[in-house]
Write a protein that binds this ligand. Structure first.
Ligand code: CMC
Length: 430
């Protein structure tokens, strides 16, 4: 069977043969389909990239119909069960699970980079006390490019590695400082004896005790949540990371842009929106009226639906289980009953069933974070810490791909045709 596509252009009667590789045709192959003259050839129109692959990647595989998610071929369920965030980060970055020696070296290297320059602390003090921590996070990550100008050497492999280590190690420190700043508590320096997530909890919650001891169950739950959020192929923020990085800017600037994309309520801001939604619903009795409103097009059921998953998000299943483990320590989040009933009703409702809308990763994660003591404003920041490894892995893959060029989509111009400048006196209000 030939791996080609025959296209007949009914405007000209000409037939073209276009190669198919990996289930795709190259959009640039369509350029040869022209009507002649000034016609620059056919292109595809795909707002929101609904059916366009913009890169090749070896990092993350998703089958949205079957609810499968794998990092480098390893199912997310197995990683959540057996791995740690730092081990998974190594896997995502380097393609293989580390040996004991490799993991020790990698962990040591991350630990060595957890501190931030004292001026970063001072810089963060300039934000008002009620500044949203995600805004603080985005700005501070962007500012890191001024502290580490060697980050501009993006085609130097050693420099790239150094910036990647810095980003993975320092984002929790920045996130914790953003949180402490918002509640007026002094910043806590990293404790490098603790695990990645244990140290993060230390920087967030340490008070006057000499040594902070994280609760093991909560430390593990946060590690699992970080594993689940570590990468998710070409989502909005990762696409932003790749697009910004394709201009050859330093990774700190590119990552600030990716984090900004994550901030939106349709992406990483969704778990904050879920909590606000559950609070607004207020009680199980109010759910039918809320669902009716959503179905009438007045708002969305936040934490439901996904561009890729048309079945239960595999991450949501693991998170739901983790929620019960966390509630065993913290006590049940009172919003859980509303969430469970909302899910039950939505999964039986024709509107949601016919549109294949299922709970996504954000539906239950906020309940866990809240039970652990995080304010809702921190939720997207937690997502950003975990996704940092995905962003930098995809950034490096993009840089090393010989097919990479600066990202620059086409447009279909529908504006005015050429016309002469009109002096002020000749204009009328429109
Ligand atoms: N509640 C109610 N209706 C919905 C929802 C929802 N959460 N999501 C989609 N729909 C409807 C939508 O109105 C449309 O209906 P119709 O065909 O009648 O116009 C249909 O389902 C398809 O929706 P879409 O907007 O074309 O789908 P999309 O692939 O562009 O959007 C999404 C995906 C995640 C942005 C969307 O499902 C959504 O807004 N969900 C709520 C926000 C959310 O939970 N985001 C987190 C996503 S997972 C983590 C992450 O990416 O960070």
């Amino acid at each position: 069977m030939p791996e080609t596509l025959s296209i007949t252009d009914n405007r000209t009667g000409k037939t073209y043969e276009v190669p198919i590789a990996e289930g795709a045709i190259r959009a640039t192959d369509l350029k040869k389909i022209t009507t002649g003259g000034e016609d620059q050839g056919l292109c595809t129109y795909d707002p929101a990239f609904m059916n366009t692959a913009a890169c090749k990647s070896k990092i993350t595989f998703i089958d949205g119909d079957k609810g499968i998610l794998m990092y480098r071929g390893y199912p997310i369920e197995q990683l959540a069960e057996h791995s740690t965030y730092l081990e998974t980060a190594y896997l995502i970055l380097f393609g293989e699970l580390p040996t004991k020696g490799q993991l020790d070296g990698w962990t040591h290297s991350i630990v060595m980079h957890t501190m931030v320059h004292e001026n970063i602390k001072k810089f963060m003090e300039g934000f008002t006390y009620d500044a949203h921590p995600m805004g603080v996070f985005i700005s501070t990550v962007g500012a890191m490019s001024t502290f580490y100008p060697d980050g501009k050497q993006i085609f130097n492999a050693d420099s790239r590695q150094k910036q990647i280590h810095r980003l993975i190690a320092k984002t929790p420190t920045i996130a914790a400082y953003a949180y402490r700043h918002s509640i007026g508590r002094p910043y806590v320096y990293p404790d490098n004896d603790l695990s990645f997530t244990g140290n993060f909890l230390n920087m967030l919650f340490k008070m006057t005790e000499v040594k902070y001891q994280p609760n093991k169950a909560l430390e593990r739950a946060l590690d699992v949540l970080f594993i689940l959020h570590a990468d998710h192929e070409q989502n909005c923020s990762t696409s932003a990371m790749r697009a910004i990085g394709s201009s050859n800017v330093d990774p700190f600037s590119a990552l600030a842009g990716a984090a900004a994309a994550l901030y939106g309520p349709l992406h990483g801001g969704a778990n904050e929106a879920v909590l606000r939604m559950l609070k607004d619903i207020g009680s199980v009795d109010h759910i039918p009226a809320f669902i009716k409103k959503v179905k009438a097009g007045d708002g969305r059921l936040m934490g439901f639906g996904h561009r890729v998953y048309k079945s239960y998000d595999p991450r949501a299943k693991i998170i739901k289980r983790t929620a019960y483990e966390v509630f065993g320590v913290t006590g049940k989040n009172p919003l859980l009953d509303i969430a469970l009933e909302l899910e039950r009703i939505a999964l039986e409702d024709e509107y949601f069933v016919s549109r294949k809308l299922y709970p996504n990763v954000d539906f239950y994660s906020g309940l866990i974070y809240q039970a652990m003591g995080f304010p809702v404003e921190m939720f997207a920041v937690l997502f950003a810490i975990a996704r940092t490894v995905g962003w930098v892995a995809q950034w490096e893959e993009m840089l090393l791909d010989p097919e990479t060029k600066i990202a620059r989509p086409k447009q279909l111009y529908e504006g005015a045709t050429a016309r002469d400048y009109v002096p002020m006196g000749g204009r009328s209000a429109y």
